[in-house]
Design a binder for this molecule. Structure first.
Ligand code: HEM
Length: 510
């Protein structure tokens, strides 16, 4: 049992800070990865820092990932860590506003909306949205923020944010949402998204305008989805395509009750938020790196030509199965997620005193650390994904490390296993599985992401459609991440909005 307390329990070392309560918030907020790495040098893999009054015990490395992500619910709770932030945005009775067993059932329901049949249908829908966006059709600009001009520049993050919401609404969210995807919906989304800030993490309710906006937007958006469900039940809806709402409407809890309308609405909001920043940030980083390494973009383009050329020279749409067997496209996404996982910190609330296992850097088994009830624990796959001990040229974006069977990724994992005497099978393709893996952009364990397949589909089509259509360059190189705005919204690229130069000459009709 985790609770068997060691003979000489001691607390993990504490990171020094000057200002009580604020603690290490500036350092962590400024650059979480650099902050965690520098604390690791000083204190080892396990240490505690203060973040706005909360005690955060960090556990780094593969063992740290395993400790946090594989922890038992009785000790480590995601809902206790996140609910005050997410419930005002998603709504009641779903995700973290319910017991963990209920969330597990809800995740199973969501999987029905991500079935193979649905994924196959989504391929064409996503391609259609991206192509029409690139062709500048007016109704394909929601936020009205940006433009792609011939031989011009575009703001990569704004473009990918817009493309992400368009493609998610056309597919998962359904026809009614896509039809209403106008400035009003965009405003609701923006107001709701404004509820994901460190201030909201600290204080769930304050008499501030941004909080009022968040609450109004939540109510309106929930009503909007509830009305869609009602119209579909009454048979007055225009929907005739597979989507998440219809998948959820068919689901029943183990106790025999159907998923109520308000829960369907709140799950839909949760999915909108879960997929938006994660996918748009990843797409933005991928395009930045492709603009920086045109040779890789060219390889990607050649892969498309080899696989999908029609006799007349145009390019056809891939099927879902074909999309999953494109090594270069896959490696571009995989490598982008290695360097820029959108969720850099995964947090759990400690429900009961918890012993850090001896495999972590406690001085010895006899003096293991105890993390007390009331702390939070934090794993950062983002740190293990750029760990110099594990990855050759860890800070370089090298997609080929994933495609070469004797490549760097495999060698790095093997070297790690040998040196640490751990028999971990990190064979190609297996590296993202398991709570002890150092590669976890989608998390691991019971809270692992269920949107991975959809995200790969969405990113795959977005990236390949862009590469088919335009050439990109970024003269100043890929900018470093700006975590200030990241911290403002708890994702990691928000403010990296450099312009990418591009040649808007369609390369091939698709
Ligand atoms: C959970 C990453 C896209 C839905 C997670 C977690 C991570 C993650 C790291 C684990 C969080 C934790 O353990 O605390 C990503 C990345 C994405 C992505 C990198 C895209 C590149 C999506 C999409 C959806 C989605 C498109 C919806 C269709 C979810 C859900 C959970 C989750 C429902 C489960 C939360 C839980 O069980 O606590 N995601 N995600 N994600 N994600 Fe994603």
């Amino acid at each position: 049992r985790q609770l068997l307390l060691p003979r000489n329990p001691s607390s993990p070392p504490e990171v020094f800070h000057l200002i009580p309560f604020v603690g290490s918030a500036p350092g962590y907020g400024n650059d979480p990865i650099a902050f965690l790495e520098s604390c690791r040098k000083k204190h080892g893999d396990v240490f505690t820092f203060t973040l706005l009054g909360r005690k955060m015990t960090v556990a780094l490395g593969s063992a740290g990932n395993n400790f946090v992500l594989g922890g038992k619910v009785a000790y480590l709770s995601a809902e206790d860590a996140y609910t005050h932030l997410t419930t005002p945005v998603f709504g009641k009775d779903v995700v973290y506003d319910c017991p963990n067993e209920k969330l597990m059932e809800q995740k199973k329901f969501i999987k029905f909306g991500l079935s193979m049949d649905n994924m196959r249908a989504y391929v064409g829908m996503i391609e259609n949205e991206v192509s029409r966006f690139l062709r500048k059709e007016p109704s394909f600009r929601i936020f009205q923020m940006n433009d792609i001009n011939e031989w011009g520049q575009f703001d990569v993050l704004k473009v990918t944010q817009e493309i992400t919401i368009l493609t998610a609404s056309r597919t998962l969210q359904g026809k009614e949402v896509r039809a209403n995807m106008d400035a009003t919906f965009a405003q609701l989304f923006t107001d709701l998204d404004g509820g994901f800030t460190p201030l909201n993490f600290m204080f769930p309710n304050l008499p501030l305008e941004s909080y009022r906006k968040r609450d109004r937007a939540q109510k309106k958006m929930a009503e909007f989805y509830i009305n869609i469900v009602k119209a579909r039940k009454e048979g007055t809806s225009m929907n005739d395509e597979p989507d998440m709402i219809s998948a959820l409407m068919g689901q029943t809890y183990r106790n025999g009750t159907q998923l109520p309308d308000h829960e369907i609405a709140h799950i839909m909001i949760a999915l909108l938020m879960a997929g938006q920043h994660t996918s748009s940030a990843t797409a933005a980083w991928a395009l930045l790196h492709l603009a920086d390494k045109p040779d890789v973009a060219e390889e990607l383009y050649q892969e498309q030509i080899e696989q999908f050329s029609n006799p007349d020279g145009s390019l056809r749409l891939p099927t879902y199965e074909e999309l999953k067997s494109l090594p270069i496209l896959d490696s571009v996404i995989r490598e982008t997620l290695r360097m820029h996982p959108p969720i850099h910190s995964i947090i759990r609330y400690v429900r009961d005193d918890f012993v850090v296992p001896g495999t972590l850097s406690a001085p010895s088994k006899d003096s293991q650390y105890v993390v007390p009830k009331g702390h939070y624990v934090l794993a950062s796959p983002a740190v293990s994904q750029v760990d110099k001990m594990l990855w050759l040229q860890s800070e370089e974006w090298i997609p080929s490390r994933w495609t070469d069977p004797e490549g760097q990724a495999q060698k790095a994992f093997k070297q790690y296993s040998d040196e640490n005497g751990e028999k971990i099978d990190y064979g190609f393709g297996a590296v993202s599985k398991g709570t002890e893996s150092p590669y976890q952009p989608f998390g691991a364990g019971r809270h692992r992401c269920i949107g991975e397949q959809f995200a790969y589909l969405q990113l795959g089509i977005v990236i390949s459609t862009v590469v088919r259509s335009i050439e990109m360059r970024i003269p100043g190189g890929v900018p470093p991440p700006n975590y200030h705005v990241c911290f403002d919204r708890l994702t990691s690229i928000r403010n990296t909005n450099p312009s990418v130069d591009h040649d808007y000459t369609p390369k091939a009709a698709s």
